[in-house]
Design a protein around this ligand. Structure first.
Ligand code: EPU
Length: 439
């Protein structure tokens, strides 16, 4: 389908300024949180991306009115008339998003029942949801699996509990937060994820009237309350999108000012960027990222949960590492198959070898399980344009970066997937002087 194809004429540095808005990994969750309130909420800095449209549709199916507010990017969500939705409609709207699972807690509180269809999301590993259902059972929900999805009920008010996550999963931590705030009594969550987007969700919930404390040892304590109100909140900026453009600037020898990027949530990325040889300058409204000239440095990199190096930063940066001198080592410890995208880079001329062993300081969950989750990138290599089929969101953006850095023209198929998480990326590419066209 040519609609979904982009021709990228590579070899020109990208230069200029773009703006990032609210984080893809916070905004849809803050929208779900509005379901818990007894009054309307106002969410600001909302990007126009597909995950937001999916959640908006699902909220509307459940009787929440969602309209644009006064300022651009503002949504007003009114949950005064929450109602049950038709199972087939939920299934049709959920699309390929994984956010619907976070509707469980709020719907169990509001309606006493919830339905979750089969879930999608990027194909970067098995992406199970076992932790989510275990957590919901501990709160007292009953779950029945049928052919079309999972049917959940709360025979009585959900009760706070003590939960220890087997791994600090972002989604499962959010599941606990969104369920515990209205549950009876105290919930103690240990081994929680503490990503900045989770802290921002905690801020949203606290504004609504929740009582939540976050300790330095990954423990979150939530004291359930009987009722929550609405919130007014400006979503934190998308640190993952900001890092993607930063990597694009480095790989193409360009310079990009990312308006809206925030240093605080990017400390770990910025350290690594500097070690690779990238330059950046932070000011009050954003961060400028550029290639300062000269060779880039090979590095050893290990992805991890926050405050480690975020897995979503890995794929775009690997493209830049193909331009660094020497051997870079990448150990992906969050998803078992988030390195598959490198085979297309090799076809373009990169030298990336994948390993099943843990090539990092810390053995991870995947070392014994035969997953190709470590990589050695040997550079610098000259990339040539190619025919690329986008595998997942971040891998897709990485292919765009590779195509921009390469000599010649690339045909990139499946660019629709990038709309899931990158607002107006085509327009942004054009504003940065990239030579792209729809065939
Ligand atoms: N996991 C389980 N069982 C579960 C849940 C998770 O085994 O029930 C495992 C996963 O398979 C994975 C690990 O735990 O190996 C971490 O998964 P996590 O739950 O943290 O991921 P998520 O909540 O599904 C969010 C983001 C991802 C981001 C990760 C890690 C959203 C919508 N997605 O996913 O974002 O990579 O956290 O920070 O917030 C992206 O933006 O491209 C993206 C994939």
């Amino acid at each position: 389908m040519t609609d979904d194809v982009l021709l990228v004429h590579g070899g020109t540095p990208i230069e200029g300024e773009i703006r990032v808005r609210g984080a893809k990994n916070l905004v849809p969750k803050a929208m779900v949180a509005a379901l818990l309130g007894s009054a309307p909420s106002r969410l600001r800095n909302v990007p126009e991306i597909r995950d937001v449209r999916v959640v908006r549709g699902l909220l509307q199916l459940h009787g929440v009115t969602v309209r644009s507010g006064e300022e651009p990017g503002e949504l007003v969500l009114d949950p005064s008339h929450v109602e049950s939705a038709n199972v087939a409609d939920i299934d049709a709207h959920a699309g390929s998003s994984r956010i619907p699972i976070l509707f469980c807690g709020p719907l169990l509180h509001r309606l006493g029942h919830a339905f979750i269809p089969g879930l999608g999301g990027c194909d970067i590993g098995g992406r199970p949801v076992d932790f989510h259902f275990d957590v919901l059972r501990q709160f007292g929900a009953t779950i029945e699996k049928r052919a079309d999805g999972q049917y959940l009920t709360a025979p009585q008010r959900l009760r706070g509990c003590r939960i220890r996550l087997p791994y600090p999963s972002v989604g499962s931590t959010e599941q606990v937060l969104l369920t515990a705030v209205l549950a009876e009594g105290v919930t103690e969550l240990t081994n929680a994820a503490v990503e900045p987007e989770i802290e921002d969700l905690i801020c949203v919930l606290q504004k609504m009237g929740a009582i939540i404390s976050l300790d330095t040892d990954r423990t979150i304590r939530i004291t359930g309350v009987d009722q929550l109100g609405g919130y007014t909140h400006r979503a934190l900026p998308d640190r993952l999108e900001a890092a993607s453009w930063a990597s694009a600037a480095l790989a193409t020898k360009g310079s990009v000012y990312v308006r809206g990027a925030s240093q605080r949530e990017m400390l770990t990325f910025l350290n690594v960027y500097r070690k690779v040889g990238g330059a950046f300058e932070v000011d009050e409204t954003g961060i400028r990222f550029w290639h300062p000239g000269g060779p880039l440095n090979a590095i050893a990199l290990e992805t991890d949960v926050h405050p480690g190096f975020q897995t979503d930063w890995q794929q775009p940066l690997v493209v830049a590492l193909t331009q660094a001198s020497g051997l870079s080592i990448v150990h992906e410890t969050v998803y078992e198959s988030r390195l598959g995208f490198t085979s297309a880079l090799n076809q373009m001329g990169a030298h990336i070898q994948l390993y099943r062993e843990c090539l990092g300081g810390t053995p991870c969950r995947f070392g014994q399980r035969n997953f190709l989750h470590s990589a050695v990138v040997s550079g610098p290599t000259t990339l040539q344009g190619g025919d690329l089929v986008i595998p997942d969101l971040r891998g897709g953006f990485s292919y765009l970066i590779a195509a921009l850095a390469a000599h010649g023209t690339s045909r990139v198929h499946g660019i629709e997937l990038i709309n899931r998480g990158y607002e107006n990326f085509l327009q942004k590419l054009e504003e940065l002087g990239a030579k792209v066209e729809r065939p």
